[in-house]
Design a protein around this ligand. Structure first.
Ligand SMILES: NC(=O)c1ccc[n+]([C@@H]2O[C@H](COP(=O)([O-])OP(=O)(O)OC[C@H]3O[C@@H](n4cnc5c(N)ncnc54)[C@H](OP(=O)(O)O)[C@@H]3O)[C@@H](O)[C@H]2O)c1
Length: 337
């Protein structure tokens, strides 16, 4: 079967379309899935570039969606023909985060082989059902970007109708956060480097857009838009280069979901302003299988469909990463086969 593997030392010139042995039939508790799509995340890009070291020959990609071909003994949750989507932390069924899920040792496409492959055999618990009627490409957006936005807003921040949400940029996590927040009855402010992308975000329901290149003090711009109050929740995707402005933008007693590393991995934090805001700053990494099942149910009820900017073929994965790296996309970039 065909798969895309990463050869040491990593880098987009070291992705190879390889013939690997077919994984065979599922054992007890396992399912065999014909994978048909994956979606690209910043984490996958870091692995592919070698910035996150992984095993030589690793099959890339955390997100995978496809069709169940066979189920092993004892599997009752799935049957052949079911459309399924993979989970980011196969070892985290439910409940609060615990130590082992703070690293990527069990994460597909990083600590274990991922889903840039035609077939996989995995424990049934490594998948959930996909939303009914979704394409595989749409379903593949759930694993990393979608679930992270869902957990941040609905799980950790306890979003409610009437709240105001700030989300940064127009990449995969931010655009689905916009869609979830609007579906939940929130007001949404979004930032971007591009006025054209801000216009597209408004078409999706964003109430306000701020060009962060034109307004480097975008935290103050958010306060102006909220009559000086600040927002209830921030989807913080930039990290050290944006956190100070996110703290400026949050209301007293508000919540910041610290999700992203787009501007780097460490830096200065205005701790006294964070204290004065009496805001909660919560780091998070994706979510549990239970949260993914809740998210799938919410997607079916709300009718949200993910925004897919561009689709590539499996052998074009490196090209897809280069497109993602260029920052030209709006929403998700996917690969289908
Ligand atoms: N903790 C977790 O569980 C988790 C899960 C998923 C993703 N993440 C992280 O979240 C971040 C976003 O991931 P993604 O997959 O959505 O990435 P992505 O699709 O590649 O999004 C990139 C977009 O971010 C925006 N951006 C870049 N620099 C920015 C800045 N300084 N200020 C504001 N926006 C900026 C740009 O939007 P414009 O073009 O509109 O300017 C860019 O197009 C990454 O750091 C990723 O590692 C974390």
């Amino acid at each position: 079967m065909k798969a895309i593997t990463l050869q040491h030392p990593g880098g987009l010139d070291h992705l190879h379309l390889t013939d690997l042995a077919d994984p065979g039939q599922p054992g007890p508790g396992e399912i065999r899935v014909a994978i048909h799509a994956t979606s690209l995340n910043f984490h996958d890009l870091l692995v592919a570039k070698g910035a996150i070291p992984t095993a030589d020959g690793r099959v890339l990609m955390a997100d995978g969606a496809g069709v169940v071909e066979a189920v092993g003994a004892g599997v009752t949750e799935f049957k052949p023909g079911d459309h399924v989507v993979s989970g980011f932390f196969p070892q985290w069924p439910a409940g609060p985060a615990f130590q082992q899920v703070g690293d990527f040792a069990g994460t597909p496409g990083d600590g274990i082989d991922g889903f840039a492959a035609e077939y996989v055999v995995r424990p049934a618990t490594a998948f959930t059902l996909a939303p009914r009627g979704w394409s595989h490409a749409e379903a593949a957006t759930i694993t990393t970007a979608g679930l992270t936005a869902w957990r941040a807003l609905v799980g950790d921040a306890a979003l409610k109708a009437g709240d105001t949400v700030l989300t940064l940029g127009t990449g995969g996590v931010s655009i689905i956060a916009l869609q979830i927040a609007k579906a939940m009855g929130a007001q949404v402010i979004i930032t971007s480097s591009s006025d054209e992308k801000l216009a597209r975000a408004r078409d999706l329901g964003a109430d306000h857009g701020i060009n962060y290149r034109q307004r480097p003090d975008w935290g103050s711009a958010v306060r102006e838009l909220t009559a000086g109050r600040g927002v209830d929740h921030v989807i913080e995707l930039g990290g050290p280069g944006t956190l100070a402005q996110s703290i400026e933008a949050v209301r007293v007693g508000g919540h910041i979901s610290l999700i992203g590393v787009l501007t780097g991995r460490q830096g200065d934090v205005p701790t006294s302003l964070l204290m004065a805001r009496q805001a909660r700053l919560q780091g998070l990494i994706v979510g549990s299988r239970r949260q993914q099942q809740d998210y799938v149910a919410a997607l079916e009820q709300t009718g949200i469909r993910p925004v897919i900017d561009r689709s590539f073929a499996l052998h074009e994965l490196a090209e897809a990463f280069r497109f993602q790296e260029s920052g030209g996309h709006f929403g998700k970039v996917v690969v289908e086969w």
